[in-house]
Design a protein around this ligand. Structure first.
Ligand SMILES: NC(=O)C1=CN([C@@H]2O[C@H](COP(=O)(O)OP(=O)(O)OC[C@H]3O[C@@H](n4cnc5c(N)ncnc54)[C@H](O)[C@@H]3O)[C@@H](O)[C@H]2O)C=CC1
Ligand SMILES: O=C(O)C(=O)COP(=O)(O)O
Length: 387
């Protein structure tokens, strides 16, 4: 029986994939598996009984993934599962920044008691006139699951799309419409584009990438969209650029005291992934990944451990060893198992950064003495028996 806890509400459609082997617990501290959306796990104690964390979503900056790796806790996310939801909101963001829909709708509400509203509208509407996005240049920084979808959708809406991503995956590159202009230096996006949208993860290398100096290279009246994370933008610089008229609109999905209510800023309350479809997709993917790891030791879409797939164990026993990525680890495992007269029928060993992971299928059940001998190797972080 595995105990799991949800730190945020997770779609029941996904949770229904958990069968009788799983029990939902109310206290995070009792859980072996945790499902989370945006709750800040940096503030929580990471207990030794925790085996896995599944982020039902993309961004993992709310999870101490490195600390988890040191404890042999696998952190998963659900790449692409909410990307369509975000893409649609980015298109809406560009339209809201181009046409004064917000001002226009407010005007109608404010004048709802006026019996002549039908007539007055035709005079008033000129205050809310705007421009079209077709024919405009859109620069996309980060061509992952979301960036690619935004690029293709914007192309279909008649925009000229510039894309920048020095680390683009092969899959993403194949998915990208051929008409997208491949940009090698991000400054070209700053200099050329009417709309700029960022879709990169929040990392030390991307923090505050849109700052005063980036903005100074941009066209006057540029529209900047941020549906990725607030800390990617130096928002003090952004407010200044809105005040002095350099930036026309800043559309952000991350309201905070610096941006909320500022003129020229259109802020939505972190709604990118808040669609029924995205919530279901994320929950299903998160639960499936958790189950395959907890029951079989297979890892897919982890952000702190390598992908490993040995299917379902058909031998007598399967053990999982989390260890440091250094020499002579495998030889120590095989020596201990050989001494105990245990044959390794199948095995896989993969590494990611400082961490490594081995799945070993064996012809005998391993007793506690042998397990402890492996566990006592200094560089072994965790050992689990799944069969
Ligand atoms: N507003 C919302 O509700 C949501 C926000 N997000 C945010 O959007 C981010 C992106 O999401 P996905 O597209 O699903 O992730 P992804 O991992 O598929 O794509 C990120 C892309 O950024 C690229 N990249 C990394 N550093 C870069 C740099 N310095 N310059 C240019 N490109 C760089 C990577 O190569 C990758 O292709 C997430 O990390 C998350 O913070 C994601 C989902 C929902
Ligand atoms: O997936 C992401 O990175 C998101 O930002 C979505 O966050 P949420 O699941 O809506 O709290």
């Amino acid at each position: 029986m595995f105990k799991y806890n949800c730190l945020n509400p997770i779609s029941q459609v996904g949770l229904d994939y958990f069968d009788e082997k799983y029990e939902k617990v109310d206290d995070y501290k009792d859980a072996e598996a945790v499902l989370v959306r945006s709750a800040n796990m940096h503030e929580l104690e990471i207990k030794d009984n925790l085996l896995a964390v599944a982020r039902a979503g993309a961004g993992v900056n709310n999870i101490p993934s490195d600390l988890c790796a040191e404890k042999g806790i696998v952190v998963f996310n659900t790449p692409g599962a909410n990307a369509n939801g975000v893409k649609e909101l980015v298109i809406a963001g560009m339209l809201l920044a181009s046409r004064d829909l917000i001002g226009g709708i407010s005007w109608v509400n404010e004048n709802k008691e006026d019996p002549n509203i039908q007539k007055v509208v035709e005079k008033a509407k000129k205050s809310f006139a705007g421009g079209e996005i077709s024919g405009k240049k859109l620069g996309i920084i980060g061509l992952g699951a979301i960036g690619v979808r935004v690029a293709n959708a914007a192309t279909n809406l008649g925009m000229e799309v510039y894309g920048y991503d020095p680390y683009i995956s092969i899959d993403a590159a194949w998915s990208l419409s051929r008409s997208i202009k491949h940009i090698k230096n991000v400054e070209e996006i700053y200099k050329e584009c009417d709309f700029i949208t960022i879709h990169v993860p929040l990392l030390d290398s991307t923090k505050k990438m849109i700052d005063k100096s980036a903005i100074s290279l941009m066209k006057n009246d540029v529209v900047i969209l941020n549906f990725a994370r607030d800390l990617l933008v130096n928002e003090e610089d952004m407010v200044e650029a809105l005040k002095n008229g350099k930036v026309k609109k800043y559309v952000t999905d991350f309201p905070n005291p610096t941006v909320a209510g500022v003129e020229g800023i259109i802020a939505t309350p972190h709604l990118g992934a808040s669609t029924e479809e995205s919530e279901i997709n994320c929950a299903k993917m998160a639960v499936k990944q958790l189950k395959d790891y907890l029951e079989n030791g297979n890892i897919k879409n982890s952000v702190n451990y390598p992908s490993c797939n040995m299917g379902i164990c058909t031998d007598v026993s399967r053990i999982l060893i989390f260890h440091k990525n250094i020499k002579n680890m495998i030889s120590q495992f095989t020596t201990i198992l050989g001494k105990a007269d245990i044959n390794i029928c199948n095995m896989t060993n993969k590494s990611r950064g400082d961490s490594a992971y081995s799945i070993l299928d064996l012809d005998k059940v391993v007793n506690d003495n042998v397990l402890n001998e492996i566990k006592n190797i200094e560089e072994v972080l965790r050992i689990r028996v799944v069969k």
